[in-house]
Design a protein around this ligand. Structure first.
Ligand code: MG
Length: 202
């Protein structure tokens, strides 16, 4: 499977990181080894600044290449909530030097994905509310309505460059409010009202 991640997809998040406003979709990959397979995230020793980024995650359900936006909805069947853990200090160094982001984004455990919910259980894919609590306080509150590139545009754009295969997943970008984690923090993610994950930081 591939883990595809969209960057800079919410205006207020682009602003909070002082990033350039995207003219085209920004995306990168995490390897399968990045999947967090338990309810504990261990802070890696190479970073002093690990950030959470809560995101909606699409599950690809059909093989496709060069998918037209009009048909894109046929290629994903479920949505999960995830965290794109990011070594922000390493990422800033990479950005400054114009280097790739893998060291900051693709490390072991950097991709948390909850269980998936079938898309037919959502009232409106264009207004899915999701949130992240850190130690009981809401730190990120997102709405898919605020995405710069919507789900179907993401599918169209990514599939221009790479074949989407059944079981691939796409992180669709994070809203504003990203921030650091420290040992003993508790992260809880919510899709609408439903609690999707509970992760302890170690
Ligand atoms: Mg992200």
């Amino acid at each position: 499977m591939k883990i595809i991640c969209v960057g800079r997809n919410y205006i207020k998040h682009v602003k909070e990181l002082n990033s350039a406003f995207p003219e085209d979709l920004v995306f990168f990959l995490k390897p399968e080894s990045a999947l967090l397979r338990r309810n504990v995230f261990f802070i890696p020793n190479f970073s002093n600044e690990i950030h959470y980024e809560v995101e909606l995650v699409l599950r690809i359900s059909k093989l496709g290449k060069c998918i037209n936006r009009k048909f894109a909805h046929r290629y994903y069947d479920a949505i999960a909530l995830g965290i794109d853990f990011t070594a922000r200090d390493i990422q800033q160094q990479c950005k400054q030097k114009g280097l790739p982001w893998e060291k900051a984004k693709a490390f072991d455990g950097s991709a948390l994905i909850s269980e998936f919910i079938p898309i037919n259980e959502f009232k409106d894919l264009n207004s899915i509310i999701f949130s992240l609590k850190k130690n009981g306080e809401i730190v990120q509150l997102g709405n898919s309505a605020d995405m710069i590139f919507k789900f179907d545009e993401i599918i169209e754009n990514v599939s221009k460059y790479m074949t989407l295969k059944i079981g691939d997943v796409i992180f669709t970008g994070t809203p504003e409010g990203v921030g650091p984690v420290k040992k003993e923090d508790l992260l809880e993610g919510f899709l609408e009202e439903k609690k999707m994950f509970r992760i302890k930081i170690k």
